[in-house]
Design a protein around this ligand. Structure first.
Ligand code: SF4
Ligand code: MG
Length: 321
């Protein structure tokens, strides 16, 4: 199977210095936040790749760079062989962009409340002068709503139904890849499962590929083919879901899994791991996880661990085996 997405040594640095303060103090050095640092991964066609991490781990930033909403500082993102930052042929760029869609956490925020659902769904196609007759009706039925819903307005729907409308809109331009940024985290747990099932069915029926972004490992377990775990903008482990859940190799993944609410054999809640996420503007040296890592050695604070392949997983830890 070919990779539809190929991310290579992707890095994104933001300038977060306060301009007025710099002007007042003149010599103040600029401050930079490395939101994504040297991240590499491939997504095979017709699979689901999930990126998981705490807030500030860089997952949404990577998602935006993959769709071309944000430029990278260095490295490369290729989607179907096109690097949106490098490509100069407008036709190739337009074609590549059509093939990628994004779904966000808050479906309501990405809809014009004054538009009928018909126009919301057809907009990506109408904007390019494409044929939109019956398009909304057909897509509404595909996402489990009814053709009559096309004449309603967004406020007439529940949160789960609105996310279905957003999914319908994302399908309008017949994409091959959909980047889903926390698409179910604003929904009730029971509705979450329905939307995830829908997404999974659509993927199979339409041959889609998903990059799925979530802060919650348990949400992505059953829909993913591969899961990448991010910590402070770095990919620390990537594995198939069962390997990740049954034998996590990176101490941070182990900590994340232990943090999921758990009972011990006596029905008492197990204490979640301690420690704060460090300041991303001044990330720790060496392995960024070393201040929180229970097994860190002297080497860990000095040398950044490289990704290594271990039994089908990829792990960035000096001590993993
Ligand atoms: Fe812990 Fe060292 Fe591995 Fe980092 S490299 S996770 S500090 S053991
Ligand atoms: Mg986010």
């Amino acid at each position: 199977m070919n990779a539809i997405v190929s991310v290579n040594e992707l890095t994104r640095v933001f300038d977060v210095s306060k301009p007025w303060l710099n002007r007042v103090l003149e010599r103040l050095p600029k401050s930079h936040l490395t939101a994504v640092s040297d991240v590499s991964f491939d997504i095979k066609e017709k699979t689901v790749y999930s990126l998981v991490g705490e807030s500030g781990s860089g997952k949404s930033t990577i998602g935006k760079m993959v769709v071309g909403l944000l430029e990278n500082s260095s490295g490369a993102v290729e989607v179907s062989g096109v690097d949106l930052n490098q490509e100069t042929d407008a036709v190739a760029i337009a074609r590549a962009r059509d093939a990628i869609q994004m779904i966000f956490q808050d479906p309501y925020a990405s809809m014009n409340p004054r538009w009928r659902v018909r126009d919301i769904i057809a907009e990506p196609v109408a904007a390019k002068g494409g044929e939109t007759k019956e398009l909304a009706e057909r897509l509404l039925e595909q996402v489990g709503l009814s053709a009559e819903d096309a004449d309603k307005f967004p406020h007439e729907f529940s949160g789960g139904q609105r996310q279905r409308i957003c999914i319908a809109r994302s399908l309008a331009s017949q994409p091959r890849l959909i980047v889903c940024d926390e698409p179910t985290s604003a929904l009730d747990v029971s509705v979450q499962a329905q939307v995830l099932n829908l997404m999974s069915d659509l993927k199979d029926d339409l041959g889609l590929t998903y990059l799925f972004i979530s802060h919650d490992l348990t949400v992505v377990r059953h829909i993913s083919d591969r899961i990448g775990v991010l910590y402070l903008g770095r990919l620390v482990e990537e594995a198939a879901p069962d390997d990740l859940f049954e034998a996590p190799k990176h101490p941070y993944t182990q900590m994340l899994l232990a943090a999921a609410p758990k009972m011990d054999a006596f029905g008492r809640e197990v204490e979640p791991p301690q420690g704060e996420i460090p300041d991303p503007i001044n990330p720790p040296s060496g392995c960024a996880f070393h201040p929180r890592c229970p097994i860190a050695t002297a080497q860990c604070s000095q040398v950044r661990p490289q990704m290594r392949n271990i039994n089908g997983s990829r792990v960035a830890c000096h001590l993993a085996e």
